[in-house]
Design a protein around this ligand. Structure first.
Ligand code: SF4
Length: 93
């Protein structure tokens, strides 16, 4: 989930920058006792712009993408949405 965590923080930094606020961010992994610093440099800004463009492409599709069952789905906050039609919602956790 490290990549997802970084993208989420990059998104926040990107939105703040668009509002005239330039900040750096930190992600704290308490179990691992590790802190990662994230900066919205040119490379990361390009990366988050591409991800946002991909999200818009998905949103504009007529149907949702096919479900890819991933090992970390059961601990994901969106599990009930992704698996709603599979009958593996809340009770399957
Ligand atoms: S539950 Fe859905 S959003 Fe979460 S990791 Fe699985 S496929 Fe991705």
């Amino acid at each position: 989930m490290k990549n997802a965590d970084e993208l989420q923080l990059l998104y926040y930094l990107y939105i703040l920058k668009k509002r005239g606020i330039e900040k750096r961010g930190k992600i704290a992994y308490t179990k691992e006792k590790k802190v990662i610093e994230i900066e919205l440099d040119e490379k990361n800004e390009e990366k988050i712009r591409k991800v946002i463009a991909e999200v818009y492409k998905i949103v504009e599709n007529e149907a949702a993408p096919t479900l890819k069952k991933l090992t970390y789905c059961k601990s994901c906050a969106y599990f009930d949405f992704c698996y709603a039609e599979e009958g593996e919602g809340e009770n399957a956790k």
